[in-house]
Write a protein that binds this ligand. Structure first.
Ligand code: ADP
Length: 498
């Protein structure tokens, strides 16, 4: 299946000419006139040229977002009117869901049916979920005492106000979903936004930009600047007139951003890397646990911040689980994501491909046993076989560092009492799963695991209502759920003396 032949008309139209950036409601070229290529990861070939945003474009976008925040009706609009526009956007996303899924498969490489069912549907669901919030965001009335002014009467209350102009920097692994995770709570809160999609995958964010223009948002409420991290991204994080930065990406870049944002004391929320454990307990139902552990790591080719990349298996089940996992890995069909039968698709880029292959080599060098996969698939595109590394130990680089690829490190353990220490033996704390039929195990182990999500008998299940975000070096602040609103709102305390 060659990509170009099978594209829908809408997608073909969208990639027929260079894509521009969205500033103040208008599609514009970069101030420098520069463009960059976005590539099809299944072939390495160019899809389309995209305007390359840099500092000057970020300055213009921030100025537009500032004007929109201060002068446009958005932040002061009746909450029900804000809801209506957000619902319209969610409806437009739903109407264009197949187009978004196809663009995602083309730009990121992933399976088109999965993109439709998971990425795009969750993006729509979350926009809708957040569209319901503007009418429900309220402060409190506070019963004041003021002991040093006993004769006066006071009334205290809190107001919830949008933080202002928000810079949002998102990664390439779930481009449309990340755009929704960031835009939805910002818009529900009344903020205005400058969004920078990842340079590898700008297309779905730009398509959502088209839908934003149709939905009726005032100009400048959402600005979208495609471009590179060290240029456009850095300009956004350093900008004096940006009130908040919301970032999803690697812990390494997260640390750079936190430092850059410190100079202007920006409010920051960080959803960073992970090395999440999937823990099979001795009583687990292996018919569920083995395919579950496989999908915990191989879903999205392991390019998932909460991927179950460390698998813990008890001694008594070890051989069975290893065999089962290898079987799952060997039976996954590999190929381009535009063919929905292919469940293992290319990694996003040459850089990512090289990185993952070098980790596999490092694992081999440190004594891990390659039970399945371990190599490249085909000779075009960035395909890596689903890989199972057995006999891994805690000190190995592949066990400690985030690989962000389809590579699981299996470690064995003797007794359930070892689990919390093993699970927490990482600088990260994003997700974890335990596989058990014993409710006692759940009650005992869940509180001991230092991570923002714990799944039981499943892994990486996401939903609009469930807050998602890390402990430790996996970051702070939450995406999704109502908690995501917290970091887009300031609390103003008001005191009236009667
Ligand atoms: P990955 O390593 O998985 O590619 P990154 O964390 O590098 O993920 O990238 C996530 C996002 O962060 C992308 O949009 C990228 O352009 C952006 N980014 C990278 N470096 C910087 C930086 N120094 N400042 C701001 N944004 C950056």
């Amino acid at each position: 299946m060659t990509t170009a032949e099978n594209l829908s008309e809408k997608v073909r139209d969208f990639i027929a000419s260079p894509r521009k950036m969205l500033i103040n409601g208008k599609w514009t070229d970069a101030a420098s006139g520069k463009t960059f290529e976005t590539l099809d990861p299944s072939t390495g070939e160019s899809i389309v040229q995209v305007a390359e945003g840099d500092r000057e474009d970020v300055n213009r976008a921030v100025a537009a977002a500032r004007t929109a925040f201060e002068d446009s009706p958005w932040s002061r609009m009746a909450p029900s009117a804000r809801e209506k526009i957000m619902h319209r956007l969610a409806d437009l996303m739903e109407e264009n869901a197949d187009v978004l899924a196809e663009l995602e498969a083309l730009d990121n490489g992933k399976n088109v049916a999965v993109a439709r069912a998971v990425d795009v549907q969750l993006a729509i669901d979350y926009m809708r979920y957040m569209a319901g919030w503007p009418t429900k965001i309220g402060g409190d009335i506070l019963p004041m005492s003021v002991p040093y002014a006993p004769d006066a009467k006071f009334m205290g209350y809190t107001l919830k106000e949008p933080v202002g102009v928000v810079g949002q920097i998102i990664p390439w692994n779930f481009p449309a979903l990340m755009a929704s995770w960031k835009l939805s709570p910002a818009l529900a809160s009344g903020c205005t936004v400058v969004l920078k999609p990842a340079e590898e995958t700008p297309l779905t964010a730009l398509y959502i930009g088209e839908l934003i223009c149709q939905a009726g948002f005032p100009e400048g409420v959402v600005n979208i600047i495609p471009g590179y991290g060290h240029t456009a991204g850095a300009a956004l994080t350093e900008h004096e007139d940006v009130d908040k930065i919301a970032f999803t990406g690697s812990t390494t870049v997260g640390k750079i951003i936190v430092k850059a944002a410190a100079d202007t004391m920006k409010n920051v929320s960080m959803e960073l890397g992970g090395k999440s454990p999937a823990i099979i307990l001795p009583d687990a139902d292996l018919d569920i646990a083995i395919p579950g552990a496989a999908s915990a790591i191989f879903f999205n080719m392991g390019q998932v911040c909460c991927a179950g990349s460390r698998l813990f298996v008890p001694d008594n089940l070890y051989d069975k689980v290893i065999d089962g996992l290898a079987n799952e890995a060997n039976n996954m069909k590999i190929g381009p994501g535009l063919n929905p039968e292919n469940m293992i698709n290319p990694l996003v880029s040459q850089i990512q491909f090289d990185r993952v292959m070098s980790y596999i080599d490092s694992g081999r060098g440190e004594g891990a046993e390659v039970i399945a996969g371990g190599g490249r698939s085909g000779d075009t595109g960035y395909f890596v076989e689903p890989t199972v590394l057995a006999k891994t130990t805690r000190d190995m680089k592949v066990v400690q560092e985030e690989i962000f690829g389809p590579v699981v490190c299996v470690q064995r353990y003797g007794d359930v009492s070892e689990i919390p220490a093993l699970a927490n033996d990482t600088v990260y704390g994003l997700g974890a799963s335990i596989w058990t039929r014993d409710v006692g195990n759940i009650i005992n182990i869940v509180p001991k695991i230092k991570s923002g999500s714990v799944w039981v008998n499943c892994h990486s299940i996401l939903d609009a209502v469930m807050p998602f975000g890390g402990y430790k070096q996996s970051g702070y602040g939450k995406d999704m759920g109502k908690e995501a609103l917290d970091s887009y709102l300031e609390t103003k305390a008001v005191c009236i003396m009667a």
